[in-house]
Design a protein around this ligand. Structure first.
Ligand SMILES: Cc1cc2nc3c(=O)[nH]c(=O)nc-3n(C[C@H](O)[C@H](O)[C@H](O)COP(=O)(O)O)c2cc1C
Length: 216
């Protein structure tokens, strides 16, 4: 077995599907349409347009946009199951959670679903800025520190944060291409958010990222 096979094994053995919280049964899974993997603005045009936005319309994102956005963020782009963003040692450390008005969902890129994670509107708890409570989507980059064996707590946070940063930049470029608004965020009350999400030992939030339509 190669190291790569071993790592794929680790990732497969730690699928996020058991992560549902109490109350998640009140939510139904959302089937995402097949993501559109072609088109959009040329890369150099998207880079020209990339920027952070802090004023959002409350208008929800349609399912197709949600699917395209999540695929760009951390979807599967090869038959091997690998992703649109690179990740540490081929261990799947980051789960992408989507906090929306009715609850929190876990992005499952293989099944193309948003799986119920937690019922209720927790958007306000995802950051310290007012817009996070009313923008349609707050992504939460949740790290499974327990999957990073033989790594100090400092390095767990370092590597998980880098993984999240790559995903965040994918989101920035998708949003720039599609005229959506976004901002990657570290101004988060991490202890409060961990309590809200009822995170078990070892898991921690790296960053959050708001996505929506620009206001006005
Ligand atoms: C690690 C990191 C954390 C950030 N945290 C926040 C945040 O909590 N709130 C916010 O409004 N912007 C946040 N930003 C966005 C930066 O403020 C923004 O990228 C920077 O001011 C440059 O602006 P631009 O993205 O429009 O080029 C963060 C960016 C990074 C990379």
């Amino acid at each position: 077995m190669t190291r790569r096979d071993a790592m794929i094994g680790i990732a497969a053995a730690s699928t996020p599907l058991g992560a549902r919280k109490a109350g998640a049964a009140e939510l139904a899974a959302i089937d995402l349409p097949q993501p559109r993997k072609t088109g959009g603005k040329p890369l150099m045009d998207a880079l020209q347009l990339r920027h952070s936005t802090r004023e959002y319309s409350a208008k929800p994102l349609p399912p197709q946009v949600l699917s395209d956005l999540l695929w760009a963020a951390f979807g599967i782009n090869r038959p091997s199951g690998d992703r649109t963003a690179p990740y540490w040692r081929h261990v799947m450390v980051i789960d992408v959670l989507a906090a929306m008005a009715d609850g929190v969902y876990l992005y499952d890129p293989k099944a193309l679903k948003l799986l119920p994670y937690m019922a209720g509107d927790i958007r306000a708890a995802t950051g310290l800025q007012d817009f996070v409570a009313t923008a349609p989507l707050d992504l939460i980059y949740l790290a499974h520190g327990e999957r990073m064996t033989d790594v100090s707590p400092e390095d767990r946070r370092l590597y998980a944060s880098v993984d999240a940063g790559f995903i965040g930049q994918n989101v920035y470029l998708y949003c720039a291409s599609e005229g959506l608004a976004t901002v990657f965020r570290g101004a988060v009350d991490y202890a409060k958010l961990a309590r809200t999400l009822k995170l078990p030992e070892g898991q921690f939030v790296t960053f959050a990222q708001t996505v929506g339509y620009p206001k006005g």
